[in-house]
Design a protein around this ligand. Structure first.
Ligand code: IMP
Length: 419
């Protein structure tokens, strides 16, 4: 693969496309690896020398000694989960020489997690219940806390009180509050308890907390940077399958607000797609397979979410969706993952077009209702797409962007580069 100065990696389906493995493998060639949106709703499973690593908040750069890893300002950070994630990487030493956390990133508080769990009991979006939505919501309502707000204890108590006050009222009025509190044994901390905990976590991480925006800007064009998107384009709140979406911008353009690096600085915007399609949580899924067929894919592909342990819904490759993702996120390249699973089948069904109101379209357009799209399938004999080169040419012809990478297994060496 060409040596890019700045590369951006985004999921081009509903997340879980295998970005972690590709980011981890490519990180070898970069000096800085940056996460810029989302939080510990993400989950990357990476196998290094057959050892399984699961990352939620940390960029894949932490698995490479020479890389600086950055948690950028667009992220929502649960500091206690971060502490636990670092504890589990017990054989990796992280210091401020290889990890920086933006002082402007948003703080996930226990109130966000409780609200997420209570809302989920009533709305069934299928969130990860990590408090991601409520944390971004507080950013918009100007009740959010940035990491830099955690150091001055007395002002922290005031800010947290503003955030908590409304939530306490809301908690008690949400249907089934009592039942859920009893069932889940959720305890709601007082503002003082919560402030003390957050303050001490900030002290714990103080050597890592920095102005990452300036650090990145100062190093732009000097060091090679890899930007690691979380989730997938179809989970974007503006262009995805709303309301069944996450709360941060998962399209490539999210990098601009998420770490203040202009998108034109990216010389490669790499979309990642599985050779089939999966989604966790609820929401429309045009190429979803019926249960019996889906469960074959689930087993073969081990399609279980890294964050919540939920079994992923499975469907066939959806080309109109990929063409839409490529257009909306200005993808310059595409990487395909899990070719080994795809290869197990003796023939392939692929969704090649959508029918909407008796017209046929090559890609999704926002006038279509995701729930009512009629997918058009083509049956393709396995021998036509058997080799990685054949499959690569097929996708390049269909989606009209180069496919330089195909992966065929979970380890770092199970990756095929074509250019
Ligand atoms: P939230 O991000 O926890 O608010 O969840 C909103 C939706 O995004 C749900 O359907 C989740 O299953 C989905 N989601 C969030 N993070 C991921 C991810 O990393 N992979 C796949 N789906 C995700």
């Amino acid at each position: 693969m060409k040596n890019y100065q700045n590369m951006l990696i985004v999921g081009s389906q509903w997340g879980d496309e295998g970005k972690g493995k590709i980011t981890d493998t490519l990180a070898e060639n970069f000096d800085i690896v940056v996460r810029y949106q989302g939080g510990n709703n993400a989950g990357h499973t990476i196998y290094v020398k057959n050892k399984k690593r699961v990352l939620h908040l940390l960029p894949s750069g932490v698995l490479h000694e020479h890389c600086m890893s950055i948690l950028g300002q667009g992220m929502v950070v649960d500091l206690s989960s971060l502490k636990e994630e670092i504890r589990q990487l017990d054989d990796i030493t992280l210091t401020n020489k290889n990890l920086k956390i933006s002082n402007q990133a948003w703080v996930v508080t226990p109130y966000h997690q409780i609200l997420d769990a209570l809302r989920e009991a009533n709305s069934q979006i299928g969130t990860t219940k990590k408090g991601i939505g409520p944390c971004y919501e507080d950013r918009a309502t100007r009740r959010g806390l940035k990491i830099r707000d955690l150091f001055d204890y007395s002002s922290l108590v005031k800010k947290l009180d503003l955030q908590a006050k409304e939530k306490f009222c809301l908690f008690h009025h949400l249907p089934e509050y009592k039942k859920i509190v009893e069932e889940t044994k959720i305890s709601i901390p007082s503002v003082e308890e919560c402030a003390k905990n957050l303050h001490s976590l900030a002290e714990y991480f103080s050597s890592f907390i920095d102005d990452t925006s300036k650090y990145l800007w100062d190093n732009l064009d000097k060091k090679r940077m890899l930007f690691e998107g979380a989730q997938g384009i179809l989970l974007d709140p503006d262009v995805g399958t709303y309301p069944y979406v996450t709360s941060s911008n998962t399209i490539a353009q999210g990098v601009m607000s998420g770490c203040t690096i202009p998108i034109e600085k990216m010389d490669c915007i790499l979309g990642i797609s599985k050779c089939y399609t999966t989604r966790v949580g609820n929401g429309p899924f045009p190429s979803e397979l019926p249960t019996a067929q889906a469960s074959i894919l689930q087993k073969l592909g081990n399609e279980v979410g890294a964050t919540t342990g939920r079994v992923r819904r499975c469907g066939v490759l959806d080309l109109p969706l990929l063409r839409y993702a490529a257009r909306i996120s200005s993808l310059t390249h595409l990487a395909l993952t899990k070719f080994d699973v795809f290869q197990e089948f003796s023939h392939h069904q692929i969704c090649t077009q959508y029918r909407w109101k008796n017209e046929v379209y090559d890609q999704y357009w926002p006038f279509m209702d995701w729930e009512k799209i009629e997918p058009i399938y083509e049956e393709i004999p396995a021998q036509t797409l058997q080799s990685m080169e054949n499959f690569q040419h097929y996708i390049e012809e269909q989606v009209k962007i180069p496919v330089p990478i195909i992966t065929f297994g979970p380890n770092r060496d199970q990756i095929f580069y074509n250019r």
